[in-house]
Design a binder for this molecule. Structure first.
Ligand code: SAM
Length: 222
């Protein structure tokens, strides 16, 4: 899997001020409590896991890439943290007991799934949440359209890549090809997220547009 090759690179991205600010927003919305049993979905090298662990009972970090989980657990061991566990699993099949988690957080993971995949994953999330369990998901949230905010986000991304010169132009063209064949990432607008969360049986849904491409949704299992 591609993500197994990107552990070191991703650790640097996750340490960047932009991603630390996203983690701030997730924590603020999640309001972690000392008795929370947390699951970090698509945890990567642990951006959210390590911020939340000191505030809660325990965190289960889930990621589809074994190398990401290995690195996260290595950091946890090296730092002597005893309330973090990690496992390799897919967002659509979490392999956790029903009703076992009181808080689910996620940053920049669900856009790897297409619409049906996200719906399946949110239904699976509903299954593992305890009654009143909270959900906070941050991700790239826009649509590949030429309307309003979507258009601004896409143009900004293209300008940023074009500034890198020929390599950036190649990347724009490669991404255009991936969009055309449906193999690019699958961001969706905050409103589409609200509809998916509702279809998955969640309630108290709120959506927030963050800076640039990012968005955040919160919800609760009834
Ligand atoms: C962009 S990284 C974000 C990592 C971390 N949440 C962060 O903010 O630093 C996306 C992560 O999602 C994981 N991922 C992608 N598709 C997944 C899936 N279907 N199930 C579980 N994890 C997945 C990748 O392996 C990768 O570690």
């Amino acid at each position: 899997m591609e993500w197994n090759e990107r552990v070191t690179e991703w650790e640097q991205v996750a340490a960047s001020p932009a991603f630390q600010r996203l983690a701030d927003r997730v924590l603020e919305a999640a309001d972690p409590q000392p008795d929370d049993q947390v699951v970090d979905l698509g945890a990567g090298t642990g951006l959210l896991t390590f911020r939340i662990a000191p505030l809660v009972a325990n965190v289960m970090a889930i990621d589809a890439a074994p190398a990401m989980v290995d690195r996260l657990l290595e950091i946890s061991r090296d730092d002597g943290i005893d309330n973090i566990d990690g496992t390799v699993a897919d967002l659509r099949d979490l392999r956790l007991p029903a009703g076992s988690r009181t808080l689910a957080v996620s940053n920049y993971a669900y856009h790897h799934l297409d619409h049906d995949g996200k719906l399946m994953a949110l239904r699976e999330l509903h299954r593992v949440l305890a009654p009143n369990g909270r959900v906070v998901i941050c991700d790239m949230m826009f649509a590949l359209s030429v309307r309003g905010r979507d258009r601004r986000i896409i143009l900004d991304k293209m300008r940023l890549m074009a500034r890198r010169g020929p390599a950036g132009i190649v990347r724009i063209l490669r991404n255009a090809g991936r969009v055309a064949t449906g193999s690019w990432e699958h961001p969706e607008r905050p409103q589409a997220w609200a509809e998916m969360l509702e279809q998955a049986g969640l309630t108290d849904i709120k959506t927030f547009e963050l800076t640039n491409e990012s968005g955040l949704v919160t919800a609760r299992r009834p």
